[in-house]
Design a binder for this molecule. Structure first.
Ligand code: ZN
Length: 453
């Protein structure tokens, strides 16, 4: 495990809505779609960037839950934004035992590319202007390969009644979808055309309100645990996942046992694979492909090694504090959109245990925790900032062995959601006729069924 400041992600809206049933508040909102000019004039800032982390916290003063979305800024189209990072403060989210959902609040995913219209809270913290209407996702058109901007749609499960009357002609066009290049050109042109109106709008409404790169409470909240970022992707700027689970195939790792610290380690590895393979709502299955004498298989086989054959570890005079590394390689020529994020295809995964740290391998339980954590990396997860998560950057060694926690479950389910819901009524699909039954004579017939879930 190596220490790295991880990134995080919002739970899926569906999961959030479920959790909220027990405790919290929901708000409904009705919308009309604003004209492009209204957004361009009304927003204090317009930025293009990528979501690198998401965390939630309870503001005890206001008794409201907020989600903090940190972006890596690629371009500031409007507004005095000089830094490369910006943290937005959106209302709603989930903290321990409590949640709230504001219908109409924009939803974000780790690694997502976005174009955002922003305004500020009274304290200068940024938020998306006009709720979800000011959020556009940037996605690649699979047919043309060109980047498109697409206004976020509300989740159809949110149950919001939405009066969607597009802006009338007098207010100008309202673009929901466009090629990115053309859209940026349009925004710059309209910004130029409306420069004076925009300046007087800013002066009239925000003259005393700063624009803060992060909310005043953010740093202390993250440091003190009041804001809990959640799971992260291993490379937030290059989201990566295995595609095998999409077609019902397992992700398979071979094990090179040479130099293994204990003879029974294969059982520990198998246990860690099982931990990631039995998650409800997740279609991932990880299996052992048996023993190998290979180190890193260039042919595409994933391997787990113990003998430093990859040369990643240097000798240390004492017991090394770097215990193991896990990761994956990907192919950028193959991509797929899952949960609103474009993922590249993982093609080679590995886990390498550090032989110079074996002096600290006190128990099979601890080895299982390490194997589970590193396997999480090889499956596409980064470090969680949630202290309890097995994907947290430091080892717990608290007896958890090969187990994962809720935040890990959220992460792996985000990467590998069950997409075939088995919808429709239960139906027997076996085509062959049943045998003729005779009293007291047993027979076997295998029936296949679909649906019913
Ligand atoms: Zn790690």
């Amino acid at each position: 495990m190596k220490n790295r400041f991880g990134e995080a992600c919002l739970r899926s809206l569906a999961a959030l809505a479920f959790l909220i049933c027990a405790v919290s508040a929901t708000e409904a909102t009705t919308f009309t779609v604003p004209a492009d000019d209204d957004l361009i004039i009304g927003a204090r800032a317009i930025v293009r960037g990528r979501v690198v982390s998401i965390g939630t916290g309870l503001d005890e003063r206001q008794n409201r839950i907020f989600t903090y979305v940190t972006l890596r800024i690629e371009e500031a189209i409007k507004g005095r934004i000089t830094g490369r990072r910006l943290t937005l403060k959106q209302e709603g989210g989930q903290v321990a035992g409590r949640g709230s959902l504001i219908f109409g609040s924009p939803q974000f995913s780790p690694g997502e590319r976005v174009l955002l219209y922003l305004d500020t809270w009274q304290d200068g913290s940024f938020r998306v202007h006009q709720m979800f209407l000011g959020k556009f996702s940037i996605i690649e058109d699979p047919e043309t390969g060109r980047d498109m901007v697409v206004r976020s749609a509300l989740d159809s499960n949110a149950g919001v009644v939405m009066a969607q009357s597009h802006a009338d002609k007098a207010r100008g066009a309202a673009t929901d979808r466009s090629e990115l290049k053309a859209y940026l050109k349009m925004v710059r042109a309209r910004l130029q055309a409306n420069r004076e109106v925009a300046a007087s709008f800013e002066a009239a409404h925000y003259s005393r309100i700063p624009m803060l790169a992060e909310p005043p409470e953010y740093r202390e909240g993250v440091g003190g645990g009041g804001i809990q970022p959640q799971f992260t992707l291993i490379a937030p700027s290059i989201p990566t996942r295995w595609f095998e689970p999409d077609s019902g195939q397992p992700v398979t790792f071979m094990v090179n046992l040479e130099g293994a610290p204990v003879p029974g380690i294969i059982d520990d590895i198998t246990a860690s694979m099982a931990a990631w393979s039995a998650v409800p709502g997740c279609n991932l299955r990880v299996t052992s492909g048996g023993a190998t004498s290979e180190c890193l298989n260039r042919g595409g086989g994933n391997v787990i090694v113990f003998n430093n054959c990859d040369g990643r570890f240097a000798p240390t005079p004492g017991c090394s504090s770097i215990i193991a590394l896990g990761g994956l390689s990907w192919d950028t020529s193959q991509s797929r959109v899952v949960n609103g994020t474009t993922f590249f295809r993982a093609v080679l995964g590995f886990i390498s245990f550090n032989p110079y740290s074996y002096c600290s391998f006190e128990s099979s339980c601890n080895i299982r925790e390490i194997a589970t954590h590193e396997l999480g990396h090889a499956l596409g997860l980064g470090h969680s900032q949630h202290l309890d998560a097995t994907m947290f950057g430091g080892a717990h060694f608290d007896g958890r062995c090969a187990s994962i926690r809720q935040d890990d479950v959220n992460g792996i389910t985000f990467l590998y959601p069950v997409t075939d819901t088995g919808g429709g009524p239960l139906a027997i699909t076996t085509g062959s006729q049943l045998p003729v039954a005779r009293r007291s004579a047993l027979y076997v017939q295998v029936l296949e069924a679909t649906g019913g879930r």
